[in-house]
Each structure stands twice: as C-alpha cells, then as structure tokens.
Design a protein around this ligand. Structure first.
Ligand code: CMC
Length: 374
C-alpha cells in the first residue's frame, strides 16, 4: 500500500468534484459570478439556481416561491420542544435540534432519490427561518408570528423576528448577504455534509451535521464575534488602532479576517461592505464602519490579511439591530441551499468519502496482561 500525500487541514487538497460552485477567479455558482447574481437576481432566484441547476424563469420562480411559502411552518410538537428548551440555549443549537427533529415529520426523510432530496431541500429552506424566528420568540416567553406568504425569504425573516415591515433597503441588504452566504464549494460545513451523505445517510442528518460544523468561530461562528471586536476596540481611530496592534502582538485572531483559500481578499466582503455602510448610515451606527476601516487598514499593513464575508455581515446585522446570536443562524438559513445542493450532488454520484490518516502513534507492541502492567 503506498502512502498518499499529506496536507495538514487538507489545505490545497482536491477532495472531490462539484458542478455547483467554484472559488476560482472569484466565487461563482453554477457559472454565475456572485457579483452578477447580487446585481441581477435575488436570494430566492439563487436558491432555485443552486437546488435546480439553472436560474428560474418568472413562472418557475413564482411556483418555487409558492411551494416554499406554503412550507413556512413548524409541526406543533417541534414548537413545543423549542418552548421547552432551556432559556440559555443558543439559537444555532436550537436550529440544529430543529433540523434534526424536522426529519421525524418529513414523509420523504429516508428517501434518497434526487426528486425527494429537492423536495426536502425546499422544505428546509422554508422551515429554517421559521425555526430561528419561532425559537427567538419562544425563548423570550413570547408568541411566534405566522409567516407571511407574500414575502420573499429575506423580508419574511425580518418580519417574523420583528413583527413589523422592514424597510426595502434592509430587505435588499439582507437578501444580498444571503446570496453571498449561499454556497462556497468544500468549506468545512459543506464537506461535513458530503461526508455524512456519502455513507448513504439522509439530507436531514447531513444538514444537522453541517450546522454543527458551521457553529465554530473559525467558520460561521466568526460573524458573531465581529461586533464584540468592534465594541472592544474603542471609539477613536487611535484607540482602535492600538487595540488591534495589541491584539496582534498577543497573537490573537481577529475574527472576520483571513481565509484558507482567499489570500488576497474575499470578493464577497467587498460587495457586502457597501451594503453594511449604507444600512449603518441609515441606522446612525456609521461609527462602527469607521472603526472597521481602521482595523482593515492595520490588518492589511501588519498581516497582509483581508476581511472575509463574516466581517461586513456581522456589521450589517448589527446595523439592522438583530441580536448577535442570530447571525450564524442567518448564515445557516442561506447555506442550506449550498449544503442541500452538495448532498444532492453527492448522492447522485455517490462514492463513500473515506480518506487515510498519517499514523503518528507508537509502533506495534505486545499487549502486557493486566496483572503484569505498571
Ligand atoms: N487574525 C490574526 N491572525 C490570523 C488570522 C486572523 N484572523 N487568521 C490567521 N492568522 C494567523 C494565524 O495565527 C497563523 O499565524 P502563525 O503562523 O504565526 O501561527 C497564520 O495566520 C496562519 O493561520 P492558519 O489558521 O494556519 O491559516 P488558515 O488558512 O488555516 O486559516 C482561517 C483560515 C479562516 C481559519 C483563519 O484565517 C482564521 O482563523 N480567521 C478568523 C476566523 C474567521 O474569520 N473565520 C471565517 C472564515 S471565512 C467565512 C466562513 O467560512 O465562515
């Protein structure tokens, strides 16, 4: 048996094939550059593209949105479960529990066929924002709001959280962030989902595992750290600059910066920055954008390191006055499209994902009977 090449963290390793998205030449989904999708399409159209392979016609989009809107509700026993969770349960953990529980109520749960997977994916796309919003209200002793069928994913989510109509600018900015978060080839959570699917497990299991992988601050959890950093950094440009230099001297990681693949910048961060600034200006929180600029300047000069998407996303959601523990669940509410597309692709052309490990333990040795040990 030959020993295959080893790359720590699988850096640079091609671990499989995909026709869904690529980071080569700037991120694109099924051949469309994300910047063009932001300019010419909505998140709902992008979700259709990822799940069905092509951008929808107007009629296809209308039918898709109708199916998704009709599925925007949770089985009552799941609502009872969410209400019974300890009050300190993190929203992302409640979402992981919700997706796992939703499997029990989905008649297609164990059907691995392409069509059943697409049906389940559309339902999860509808149910995930509802699970986030319902848990949000139930955890405060409040009553969840019914979904609004006529609204798209972004507007319905903001409505379900706040109970008031969001401004068109906020809906647009959230929608753009959802487009940018939707897909990112073999990132940690998507790869986790594919590994699970490759055992011929099902979509709900794969998505439950993906949410677990998303939680960590080196992945989706980073967007929840951004506001803490900007709050801790201080108010004046001088204080912010000192804070970031001191943090780097202590070898701390500045969450929202750096990327395994993008070493000269993340195109998504540049796109969302404009929207974060616009919403912050309208909300009267532009100071945080100015502080972010200082940190960006120091990170580029000192570390040659640039923002990733979580950097403007955390600021945007803060400017929208959304509570910090909702930020990673919002990422999941978008990435469900990429996860599901990858699980479908994996199951359509499955081969078990089972790499090798480079063994670093003791050489083969005899077992000493217990009475002779020590
Ligand atoms: N701030 C300060 N130093 C950093 C950072 C950072 N954000 N990221 C990496 N470094 C340093 C790290 O300390 C290490 O230094 P040294 O060589 O002196 O030990 C060096 O850069 C290489 O780090 P690494 O972890 O081996 O690099 P990687 O390519 O594996 O890391 C990363 C990629 C995203 C895990 C890392 O950049 C990081 O931890 N960033 C902060 C968390 C973050 O923003 N995550 C979101 C990623 S993108 C969107 C998403 O998937 O959610």
């Amino acid at each position: 048996m030959t020993t295959p090449a080893y790359s720590p963290g699988l850096e640079g390793v091609i671990a499989g094939e995909t026709a869904i998205g690529t980071v080569e030449g700037g991120l694109s989904y099924r051949g469309y550059f994300v910047g063009d999708l932001v300019e010419h399409a909505s998140f709902d159209e992008t979700a259709y593209l990822l799940l069905h392979g092509e951008l929808p016609t107007a009629a296809q989009l209308a039918a898709f949105r109708e199916r998704v809107a009709a599925a925007r509700r949770l089985p009552p026993p799941l609502k009872d479960l969410l209400a019974a969770l300890p009050k300190w349960t993190a929203p992302l953990d409640a979402l992981r529990t919700s997706v796992s529980a939703l499997a029990h109520f989905d008649q297609d749960a164990s059907d691995l066929s392409h069509d059943a997977n697409v049906r389940k994916a559309e339902r999860l796309l509808a149910q995930i924002p509802v699970a986030i919003a319902d848990h949000y209200h139930l955890s405060r002793g409040g009553n969840p709001l019914p979904a609004r069928q006529e609204l798209d994913t972004a507007a319905n989510f903001l409505y379900m959280i706040r109970g008031t109509d969001p401004s068109p600018e906020e809906v647009k900015a959230l929608d753009v962030s959802l487009i940018l978060y939707a897909e990112h080839e073999f990132n940690a959570s998507t790869f986790a989902a594919r590994v699970i699917a490759s055992t011929l497990s099902d979509l709900h299991c794969a998505v439950t595992g993906a949410i677990g992988a998303l939680k960590g601050p080196l992945h989706g959890g980073a967007n929840e750290k951004v506001v803490d950093i900007l709050t801790a950094a201080g108010d004046t440009p001088e204080a912010v600059e000192k804070w970031v230099r001191d943090a780097l001297a202590r070898k701390e990681r500045i969450m929202g910066f750096g990327h395994r693949v993008y070493k000269t910048g993340d195109v998504r961060a540049g796109i969302l920055k404009t929207f974060a600034r616009k919403v912050a200006d309208a909300a009267g929180t532009a100071g945080i954008e100015d502080r972010a600029d200082v940190i960006e300047r120091v990170m580029a000069a000192e570390k040659n390191m640039y923002p990733n998407l979580d950097w403007p996303a955390g600021r945007l959601y803060h400017a929208m006055r959304l509570e910090i523990p909702l930020y990673t669940p919002i990422f999941a509410m978008s990435r469900i499209t990429g996860w599901a597309a990858h699980v479908i692709e994996q199951l359509d052309h499955n081969r078990l994902i089972r790499p090798r490990a480079l063994y670093t333990g003791p050489a083969r040795r005899p077992v000493t009977p217990i009475g002779e040990r020590g």
